[in-house]
Design a binder for this molecule. Sequence first.
Ligand code: AMP
Length: 481
Amino acid sequence: MTQFTDLGLAEQLLKALASEGYTTPTPIQAQAIPSILQGRDLLGAAQTGTGKTAAFALPLIQRLLSQPRRMETRSVRALILSPTRELAAQIETSIRAYAQFTTIKSTVVFGGVPVGKQIRALGQHVDILVATPGRLLDLVDQRAVSLREIEYLVLDEADQMLDLGFVHALRRIATLIPKKRQTLLFSATMPKPIREIASAYLTDPVEVSVAPVATTAEKIDQRVVFTQPGEKPALLAKTLSTPEMERAIVFTRTKHGADKVVRQLEISGIKSAAIHGNKSQGQRERALGAFRDGELRILVATDIAARGIDVDGISHVVQFDLPNVAETYVHRIGRTARAGASGIAIAFCTPEERGDLAAIEKLTRVAITPMGEVPYWDGRTPKKPPQNQGRGGRGQQGGGGRDQGRPQGERSGRPQAKPAGGGQRSDAPRNDAPRNDRPQRSEAQSPRKDGGAAKEGLGGVAFLQQRTQQPRTNGARRRAN
Ligand code: AMP
């Protein structure tokens, strides 16, 4: 196995890695660091959670150290662009940690906070600037910073930058920095617009790719609970009340939905806080700080706000709403199982969301294990229930739920491998949500390896049994376990 010492990193950096507790490089680090040290441009397919920040930051710091230069005031040597403030702050914190035994200085600028402090920070000696594109351009226009001496450019989470509409800002920034530079571009997905940006920004890049879908998902015990929209708040309160729920992020599709969930949880006596784009920077930082310190167990977030959140020890990711875009599901579950830990992801799925679930299972090639009973509308059961049976989540295929008649391996909750090609069920509703052009990776085609041996969150399906133990008109048996 590759060691950090094999990668050609300087002593000061190895010392910092040891003090951070990193023992071995992650795959993206092992692949990217040697090429970046050689001065090559790089196109990296990797998402947050893979260790990509250190993959670009370590060789960048080393190159800056090995070629010291006198800089004009308000000029920086390396620029790292990030789509969100949280991610930008996170990257800069990591850089400080990696550069702690060197003379390299960094600062971070992003919108939503007063600009004065950032202008003052840029007046000091700064080698590495981490920035969100909008605030960076404001500061350039105010002559608070010059990009004329940039030698290194990193575009992080480029797909998110495009999604957030930063394409024009990126074009303008490109006109402000020297053509002769080393450029690194990282993106979780590689759709055509990213390939176009890559060919415009990079010269003869080395391409590296790590497989987040399978390798991250492998350590995550993925579960789905079939429910009805009106039942979700009570189901969430119940889910979050279990002692295993040490630190959880709850995802909602909208900002309004996030606030509503916080209010509903409060009624159930569960303390939580929401982070989303309508919250002030101060509110977001306070919520995140409390979550990180362990004062707050539950954070309710929208997808954009959650990008770049790097909090260790998130035991559960709960998807109150399923996303329309299957890739988002993968980003969400990646909040748990960080850096080698394992985690549990629970998704709530209503009949309206069944198509979204099918698209997610097709993308990840994992049949997500149901918790509790599987209603007829899931599409896993072969035929509809008798007419007199009621509808939706309460409907039950006669006689005993999902496990009846299934092989033992399935009863243990082991996700089932799909047939090659993704295996969307012919009777499942189709999902026409746009799909990203993720490069095909061999790992992504294998099912989870840890299967039923993974942590059994919430004590299996026990917490759902109360809900399902209600009189049945068709004499259906209760689940035996
Ligand atoms: P990133 O993908 O850069 O957001 O990193 C994800 C998490 O992994 C962060 O908490 C890093 O501190 C941590 N990390 C990065 N590289 C390593 C490594 N080689 N060993 C252990 N943890 C790491």
